[in-house]
Ligand binder design. Structure first.
Ligand code: IMP
Length: 214
């Protein structure tokens, strides 16, 4: 079967291809199917954005579709930047400016606890969606450290580690990250369903919670 990934990000696609390595499964990125619109991420939660992306593209293409939405929640900022992680310092999205803003807001703060969250949504071709979530807890350090990765990687140290995501080997980050955790859970939760979908859909319609109102 074909599984559409509602993302044009080559890093995400590679990660999803590596984890969703099921027999008979063909993974296609949104850029590989012509004419698909960019879905506006205007939800107030990761869940709403992931479901919106998955359901919109599934209903347009009539393909099973997987989408994710992720970001950083900082305890001392009541969960900010959250869904606004990409544009925390304003438009256009700028990772360096986001890190500078976050470090300055936390300058006087002793509480450095934070977590990356990733919500993955799967939509059937008819627009029924389910979600799973991956969390990577950690802390925000006081200065940027490391050159790898993207986004808030240079200021985030995951629990039980001493290095920031930006100092770590990509392979290690990809084992413990919020995205890896969500994708592994997605595979555990939906692997069987997707295998059946290729053979039996729609005759054996699987039970999916309808989250279109989420
Ligand atoms: P999106 O899920 O690609 O829309 O990610 C939203 C934003 O969250 C990114 O632009 C980053 O600022 C932040 N983010 C999400 N995942 C990571 C990560 O693994 N490392 C660093 N920043 C991340």
């Amino acid at each position: 079967m074909k599984l559409l990934i509602a993302s044009r990000n080559p890093h995400k696609l590679a990660e999803i291809r590596a984890i969703f390595n099921l027999p008979g499964m063909e993974i296609v990125g949104a850029h590989e199917i012509g004419g698909l619109p960019e879905v506006l991420e205007d939800g107030r939660t990761f869940q709403a954005n992931a479901v919106k992306k998955a359901v919109s593209l599934a209903m347009l293409t009539k393909l099973w579709t997987l989408a994710d939405d992720s970001g950083l929640e900082v305890d001392a900022l009541n969960g900010e930047p959250g869904v606004y992680s990409a544009r925390f310092a304003g438009e256009p999205a700028n990772h360096t400016a986001n890190n500078v803003k976050l470090l300055s807001l936390l300058e006087q703060q002793e509480n450095r606890a934070a977590r990356f969250i990733c919500v993955v949504a799967l939509s059937s071709p008819g627009g029924r969606a389910q979600i799973v979530e991956g969390i990577c807890p950690g802390r925000i350090i006081r200065e940027t450290c490391g050159e790898q990765g993207f986004g808030y990687d240079p200021i985030f140290v995951p629990d039980r580690h001493e290095q920031t995501f930006a100092q770590m080997d990509a392979a290690l980050k990809n084992q413990i990250s919020h995205r890896a955790r969500a994708l592994k859970l997605a595979l555990q939760t939906w692997g069987e369903l997707l295998g059946q979908a290729s053979a039996d859909w729609p005759a054996r319609r699987p039970k999916l919670r309808d989250t279109r109102e989420a």
